[in-house]
Design a protein around this ligand. Structure first.
Ligand SMILES: Nc1ncnc2c1ncn2[C@@H]1O[C@H](COP(=O)(O)OP(=O)(O)O)[C@@H](O)[C@H]1O
Ligand SMILES: [Mg+2]
Length: 359
């Protein structure tokens, strides 16, 4: 799975570009503010229908322009070409096309363009709130379990309805029927998450060993409610509390993945550079696992590659990336920061004031 070609129109400071990529290593070189992150963001946007830097599409559309347009051509694992396109306007209008057909949802984009993003802000995976770790788990489950997307959508919808109801009812009784359904679906969601984490764990451990041999990391999944009690029982027990808060305080929307070293949260033990390595290990583990279980490869977007990694660790990451055979995009200020990556015969792009040219 690789992005073979990308056409960008009016995205951030990129007015227009039409690029062909290597299926392995692509390096973006340019000064600060030239548009490197914007290009990675455009690739991410094509795979998600949203940015990783802003919730607001208006921020992403080039100044003074009405809409952004992205077109890509993906090579799948059988080497067939799949065109995909996405347009989003300031008026909120959007259009998604896949293989020439209009799509109703964005989920299909993620399906054909699995992306792993590694940015300097990526520590949120370790030091941010649980939502970042849930997103991490769900990325893997989504790509592996076709039924997950719909299950999870229904859980979210019922939880929302339950929250609205919590604000109006005085006794538990009216909630019981909702909770029965919510519990049934939530147990399924959680079983899928749990199964995925168990499958992923050995890979994470191996990569942590390679990247941070001096530490022993432990990974523990918590499903969002008491491990030994059915959700329905916990929901009933928590009724008074949930009523006071006005929302559901337990359930799969509270799941988390705890990372510890000798019982202490990793963010209290590791340096920033080490946290970055741990993030790399987690993301690589997911990508390798995806390939193993589905035959698909994910695309790695690595922004500001050199920051906070020493040459030895950069080499280690380069080697691990090369072994996945996946497509990689790496941004840096000068090419000598990524000399460790040159083993892969990279295609180098120069980025200057929104103009991108292949070397
Ligand atoms: N919506 C927009 N329209 C035009 N230019 C923008 C927009 N949003 C950001 N920019 C500009 O795009 C430039 C490139 O930013 P960025 O991609 O973050 O650079 P780099 O990652 O190379 O340091 C910045 O100078 C920024 O001011
Ligand atoms: Mg940048």
């Amino acid at each position: 799975m690789a992005l073979d070609r990308l056409v960008v129109t009016d995205f951030r400071n990129i007015e227009h570009c039409d690029l062909s990529f290597s299926s392995h290593m692509n390096i973006l070189v340019g000064d600060n503010g030239s548009g490197k992150t914007s290009l990675l963001e455009a690739i991410f946007f094509l795979g998600h229908g949203r940015s990783f830097r802003s919730q607001l599409t208006n921020r992403v559309i080039r100044h003074q322009q009405a809409k952004l347009v992205l077109f890509g051509q993906v090579l799948d694992q059988h080497n067939s070409k799949l065109p995909l396109g996405l347009a989003k306007g300031r008026d909120g209008q959007s259009e998604v096309k896949l293989g020439g057909e209009k799509q109703q949802t964005l989920a299909q984009l993620a399906n054909v363009l699995p992306i792993q993003l590694i940015t300097p802000e990526g520590f949120t995976l370790l030091a941010g709130g649980p939502k970042y770790r849930r997103a991490y788990i769900d990325w893997g489950v989504f790509h592996q379990e076709p039924q997950f997307f719909e299950l999870w959508r229904r859980v979210k919808r019922i939880t929302k309805q339950r929250n609205a109801l919590l604000k109006t009812v005085r006794t538990y009784q009216p909630l019981a029927v909702w909770d029965a359904e919510l519990s049934r679906l939530s147990e399924q969601v959680s079983a899928l998450r749990q199964g995925y984490i168990e499958q992923l764990l050995p890979r994470v451990e191996t990569l942590c060993q390679a990247f941070l041999p001096e530490y022993q990391c432990q990974l523990k999944y918590s499903r969002g409610w008491d491990a030994d009690t059915p959700l329905q029982t916990v929901l009933e027990q928590n009724f008074q509390r949930d009523s006071q808060f006005g929302y559901t305080t337990v359930g799969p929307h509270k799941a988390d993945l705890r990372l510890r070293i000798n019982g202490t949260p990793v963010e209290d033990v590791l340096s920033r550079g080490q946290l970055k390595l741990l993030v790399c290990a987690l993301r690589l583990a997911q990508g390798q696992d995806l390939t193993q279980t589905t035959g698909k490869q994910c695309i790695y977007l690595i922004d500001d590659f050199a920051s906070e990694l020493d040459a030895e660790k950069r080499g280690l990451l380069a080697q691990q990336l090369a072994e996945t055979r996946a497509q990689v995009f790496i941004s840096c200020i000068s090419a000598d920061q990524v000399s460790e990556m040159m083993i892969e015969q990279p295609v180098v792009f120069h980025v200057k004031q929104g103009e991108i040219s292949q070397q």
